[in-house]
Structure formats: structure tokens, C-alpha cells
Design a protein around this ligand. Sequence first.
Ligand SMILES: [Zn+2]
Length: 191
Amino acid sequence: MPMNQETIWTTLERLGAVQRGHFRDGDEHTDAELGSLDPLSDPVATEALAHELAEIARADTPDVILAMHGWTPLPGILVAFRVGVELGKPIISLSDEEGIVRASRPLYRGTKAALVGEAFSTRDVSLARAHVGQAGASLDGVFALIDDGRAERVQGLVSFAGHRHASATCPMCKEGHPLTEPASGSGAGRN
Ligand SMILES: [Zn+2]
């Protein structure tokens, strides 16, 4: 049975991938922020989330899964790995070395790729798209556990879109909730 939205949110929160509160994010306020997913703390729950993502990615019928070896490599690689297992497709890991993308294996011309992982910044998506374009392949789908609502065309199990408000119109401020102090080691600044 598919996980419902509420279960997905609470699971992501329990695994550290999402923090709930009342955060300042530039000129905006938000009730959800990226944390850092600890997939090893609960492999079964991580796998359940990856399964949900695989079901969405399946409809895209990719030939190859791209993983992004980014800021926190392990969660993204594990999620991509599990989706690769479920779809029976190979995985190519991309790393961002100061703007130069290195791939674990070549991507062949005409291949249809899907980018899969925990969460992607605008930079991750544009670097992956540029790499795929240079190889003469195509990148149709971008699938993440969390769509941070900034990078375009990301399909997430949950999305932060709609959770951000201009500080002047923030509903949490209107209700008198104080801002949450940022936790050390939070995902702030990943974009
Ligand atoms: Zn507020």
C-alpha cells in the first residue's frame, strides 16, 4: 500500500531529512527546511521512501539513473541505488567538482536519463542537465524525496512549495509563533 503524505512527512522528519519549525530563509519564512537524511539510522524506512520514489520514476521509463554525488553523498547515492534496483536500470554517479561534472561511467548518446536522489539544488539540476546535454542524452525526469520548491521540474515525494511565505504575510508570524533557532549542522545554505 502506498505511503500517504502524512506518513512520508513524518518519516522524512524522523530520519532527519526534513526539519519542521518556523525558519527564516532569506526574505521568506518557512515551516520546513532541508536537514540531512541519515539513511543508516533506519534502512527499512529509507527503503520504503525509495520505493515510493521508484514508483514515480517508473512512469518516466528511464534507461539510466543518475545520482548526484553532492553535499551529502551517501543519502543521494543510496536512494538512487534503491531506485536502480527496483527499475532494473544502471546508475551513473555524477560529482560536482567546482562546476566540472565527473561521471562514474560515460553516458551514451540517445540515452534517456532520470536524476534521482534525496534533494537537489538548482545547481545540481543545471549541472546534471548540462552534462546530459553534452553527451547527447536526454534528462526528462528529476525525482527527489524532497522537492525544495526552488529547482525547476523536480518531482518530490513532498514539496516545500507552498510552505514558504514572505515574512510580511507569514501565517506563523500572524499566529505569534517565534522563529526557530537554526540547529547547528542544518541543511541551510545548500543552495
Ligand atoms: Zn514567520
